[in-house]
Design a protein around this ligand. Structure first.
Ligand code: WT7
Length: 700
């Protein structure tokens, strides 16, 4: 085994030196070796301009310098938004786990890869790159022994932990595709993700003749054979019954052959026929495992996210382009420097955890913090006590947590030493002025750089953020501001015309492909095309609106579709409606998002009851529990209002925009209601809403 690893290493070295893919391209060297990163050459403006005008000249040399290849790529990029073809570093072969682990183990095996900040206050566990590689290899061998092959899917339903990171990297090592499912999702949501595409959609499923080495394989989609979980999870001092939820889910999943169960607590859980004790099996395996050599465009992982219609979509991210983009943005947006401790408190179940807890930091050889707890456990000082104890240099969190924390006394922040902090980052939803100022002034003592970062599950990494920028360049509050390398934003008006100049608002599109973007939706390329490339042909439509200032800075104004953002968790209102639709007493519902002090947005459900529905309060209670068990607790509507009818157009479409106006106190200005079937519905709903508000002191 050792000999074959060495052999591969030599090939890689030669490949890197030859740099066949990028020969002849003159470009500034942006990156040094991991131990001594070079300062990016050229001014920020020059680098941005090059990435926009000549993507291949920008990305080609970077990929060659930054990543460790088995075989160099022959083509930097082959992308066409009209046909939905997106391919980067074609012909290249590499292994993502080698890039995240082996290359650092060769140079400094004892440097710390992960600091696991456990739920129990004040407890941390440090894991070196050597240990993480060994654990990953043992887990990879365990997967292989239990029948997982290259291209198979593995579901990971685990709380934030080194073993969860090792599970992701073990999949990458053997070429399996991981699907991390946030450990707050219900059994139903987990089962739906495991079962996705049991039947391929149509005969030409994902076939792409021009790109044989891409993920558009003519093969039917891979089955999910294995689920990895913990006996239980711990969060905020409470036990979460992860294994029980998996038991319930896999009853619905015919392809699952094994459930690998690791132990987070000492409590025993029932072990059934499918269940295998993970640590015991890993102990039998070798701590080395030869990495699979993967094509740049082979699938690395699927991650599910909500859209405005239908079930959540499994976005496909591939190997080389994703990794390079995560590493580049991690380094430049946060000003990460070797030796820094990088603290992103996101859960690994979201894209932020994938790109900025796992792949970006580890590819850069960083020390990455794994945060298992909550911002208020045991008290509102948790984050800042952790910053002091672990000497965190970059802290990346969500506006919803900042809004929650600023309601407490500043002393919860001030009593801890935060002098290690250099960069503060915010992600997931618009950050309001109060939260921005608090983060800047109280947490950052007005001396840290604050970056509001805009991106999406689909984009793979940060696309718009105040940094990188010229030294000393201004940063304006509550604005993502500047597009990153290779990101070319365009604003569109309602008719699909490109808006020029400053002081304009429109639909935010990106006109050019970048290496980190998702390649397709698992098993349904047509849905990918329809969701992102149909509204504005030739452009990727983000679903967000944005405003561009006279100076060319971008400010995100929010979603333009029926997607809402509850505490930074993205959810389609249709998903909540679908979950409630199964209730026999509820023929119709309409869900909208409304502004919420802490969560950013919360869900408001309007429901119609059948005449014989019985006690409305009982039905409402049942509906809440249906949503919790079908989707997740955070999806449960904060407000539920029983109405006689919903406002509809003559063609029967529910006019959610009118409901939004009523709930946000703008009922005097309903806009155009000429298409409405029966305008008296509005008066009906307004009086029901008034009564509801008087009774419950409900939403504004
Ligand atoms: C949606 C993507 C990207 C990681 C976490 C969320 C909203 C994200 C910002 C921001 C305003 C933001 C957008 C976007 N969003 N960051 N800095 N300012 N809005 O990923 O679950 O895929 O959600 O979150 O609406 O489309 P996601």
């Amino acid at each position: 085994m050792a000999a074959s690893c060495l052999g591969r290493g030599v090939v890689r070295l030669l490949g890197g030196l030859r740099g066949v893919g990028a020969r002849g391209l003159a470009a500034p060297r942006l990156w040094g070796s991991a131990s001594a990163p070079a300062a990016p050459a050229g001014s920020y403006q020059e680098r941005i301009a090059l990435a926009a005008s000549e993507p291949a000249a920008f990305w080609g040399p970077l990929a060659r310098d930054v990543l460790v290849w088995d075989t160099p790529y022959h083509t930097v990029s082959d992308c066409d938004f009209r046909s939905g073809r997106i391919g980067w570093f074609l012909g290249g072969q590499l292994n993502v786990s080698v890039n995240c682990l082996d290359q650092h183990v060769r140079k400094s095996p004892e440097s710390v890869a992960l600091i696991w900040e456990q739920d129990e206050p004040g407890t941390e566990v440090r894991i070196t790159y050597r240990e993480l590689l060994e654990t990953t290899c043992r887990l990879a061998n365990t997967l292989k022994r239990h029948g997982v092959h290259r291209g198979d899917r593995v579901a990971i339903y685990m709380s934030v932990s080194p073993l969860a990171v090792a599970a992701m990297l073990a999949c990458a090592r053997i070429g399996a595709i991981h699907t991390v499912v946030f450990a707050g999702f219900s059994a139903g949501s987990l089962a739906a993700r495991i079962n996705d595409v049991l039947q391929p959609h149509g005969p030409d499923f994902c076939q792409h003749p021009e790109q044989p080495e891409s993920r558009f394989s003519p093969e039917p989609p891979a089955k999910c054979k294995v689920v990895i979980t913990f006996n239980q999870g711990l969060r905020g001092g409470r036990v979460v019954e992860l294994k029980e939820i998996v038991d319930e889910a896999v009853k619905l999943c015919p392809t699952v052959q094994h459930v690998l169960v690791a132990h987070r607590t000492d409590n025993k859980v029932h072990m059934g026929d499918l269940d295998i004790p993970l640590e015991q099996e890993m102990a039998k395996e070798e701590p080395v495992c030869a990495p699979e050599s993967m094509g740049s465009e082979d699938t690395l992982f699927l991650l599910y996210t909500s859209g405005s219609t239908g079930t959540p979509k499994g976005l496909v991210h591939t190997q080389a382009g994703y990794l390079l983009y995560a590493a580049l943005t991690h380094r430049f947006v946060f000003d990460y420097r070797p030796g820094d401790v990088f603290g992103c408190v996101a859960d690994i179940g979201w894209i932020t955890g994938h790109s900025y807890v796992v792949y970006g930091p580890l590819c850069n050889g960083a020390t990455s913090v794994l945060f298992e707890s909550t911002p208020v456990y045991p008290d509102a000082g948790r984050y800042w006590e952790m910053v002091q104890r672990l000497k965190i240099n970059q802290f990346y969190g969500s506006p919803t947590a900042f809004r929650l924390l600023l309601k407490f006394e500043d002393s919860w922040v001030k009593k801890y030493d935060r002098s290690s902090l250099r960069t503060l980052g915010s992600v997931g939803e618009p950050i309001n002025h109060e939260a921005w100022e608090w983060l800047h002034r109280v947490v950052g003592d007005s001396r840290c750089t604050l970056v509001d970062t805009w991106w999406q599950t689909e984009t793979g990494g940060i696309c718009i953020s105040p940094r990188p920028s010229e030294e000393g360049a201004e940063i304006l509050p509550c604005m993502a501001m500047r597009p990153l390398f290779g990101i070319v934003p365009v604003l569109m008006d309602e008719k699909g015309n490109v808006l020029k100049g400053g002081d304009v608002s429109g639909a935010l599109c990106l006109s050019q492909a970048w290496p980190g973007m998702a390649r397709t939706i698992f098993g349904d390329h047509q849905r990918f095309m329809d969701a992102y490339f149909k509204a504005y042909p030739g452009y990727y439509f983000t679903g967000d609106g944005a405003y561009r200032t006279e100076d060319g800075y971008y400010q995100i104004t929010g979603r333009m579709d029926d997607v809402i953002n509850i505490s930074g968790h993205r959810l389609g209102t249709a998903e909540i409606e679908d979950a409630m639709a199964d209730h026999p007493a509820v023929p119709e519902t309409a869900v909208i998002g409304y502004p919420h002090d802490i969560k950013g947005e919360a869900a408001f459900a309007f429901i119609v009851l059948k005449d014989d529905a019985g006690d409305a309060d009982v039905v409402v209670k049942e509906l809440r529990s249906v949503v919790a068990s079908k989707i997740a607790k955070y999806a449960v509507p904060d407000q539920v209002l029983v109405v006689k009818r919903l406002p509809k157009t003559r063609s029967g479409k529910v006019m959610r925009r009118l409901l939004r106006k009523i709930v946000t106190g703008r009922a005097q200005d309903l806009g155009d209601i000429t298409t409405m079937e029966d305008p008296t519905v509005i008066t009906e709903i307004l009086s029901a809403y008034q009564e509801y508000k008087d009774k419950s002191g409900a939403a504004q």
